[in-house]
Design a binder for this molecule. Structure first.
Ligand SMILES: [Cu+2]
Length: 214
């Protein structure tokens, strides 16, 4: 029995190590994208409404140029400064156009998470945000994504290295007790580097909203 268990454990270990090596050696997201592209091209070939010029190909942050990163960052900074378009009666906390997206997500949190429409809702939400960057902030690119499996150390990755082509650096080290949402520790302070270090956040933790309806 013990011998059988050991063999099983060894097999499981080898299988997971093998899967891990596949995921690490190949870019799993890139691979999926490459394989899916043939299906997209086939659909475009037979469609009169879905044409190649409308195709938006999203790329991983590490795969886009410094100029593309800066164009995206400029568009996000633009949307954080543009005024809200939502009803101030219904959404008094939304001050900027960026806040509009946060507010809509907060208001719908209980019906779009842990539900069957999770993927479709967030897919459309991402499309709407990407479209707002393009039509309201002059952005010509697509919404970049983060393939977090590529980077063993986030702090040195192109996404979070704190450079002017990153989304931010590490937060300041602040010794704090648990507030019920984040554990006690030495971190979690304001972002001190990168293009968004001075970004003002107008809407807070969704946990307060959840507590209100409980
Ligand atoms: Cu969500």
């Amino acid at each position: 029995m013990a011998g059988r268990f050991s063999l099983r454990a060894l097999y499981a270990l080898l299988a997971s190590a093998s899967l891990l090596s596949i995921l690490c050696a190949a870019d799993a997201v890139g691979d999926l994208q490459t394989k899916g592209r043939a299906a997209v091209d086939a659909a475009i070939a037979t469609s009169t409404t879905c044409t190649k010029d409308k195709l938006r190909v999203r790329k991983e942050w590490g795969d886009i140029t410094a100029a593309e990163k800066k164009a995206y960052i400029a568009a996000v900074l633009c949307i954080t400064k543009a005024p809200s378009k939502l009803s101030q009666t219904t959404y008094p906390g939304a001050k900027t156009r960026y806040d509009d997206f946060v507010a809509i997500h907060m208001k719908n949190t209980l019906s779009i998470h842990g539900t069957g429409n999770f993927l479709s809702w967030h897919r459309y939400f991402t499309y709407a945000y990407e479209s707002a960057l393009r039509t309201e902030c002059g952005y010509n690119g697509t919404q970049p994504y983060w393939d977090w499996g590529r980077y063993a150390t986030p702090e040195t990755s192109p996404m979070f290295d704190g450079s002017d082509t990153s989304m931010s650096g590490q937060g300041e080290k602040v010794t704090h007790n648990s507030n019920g949402l984040k554990p006690a520790g030495n971190g979690g302070g304001c972002i001190a580097s990168g293009p968004f270090k001075d970004m003002k956040v107008n809407l807070g933790y969704v946990v307060f909203f959840i507590r209100m309806v409980e």
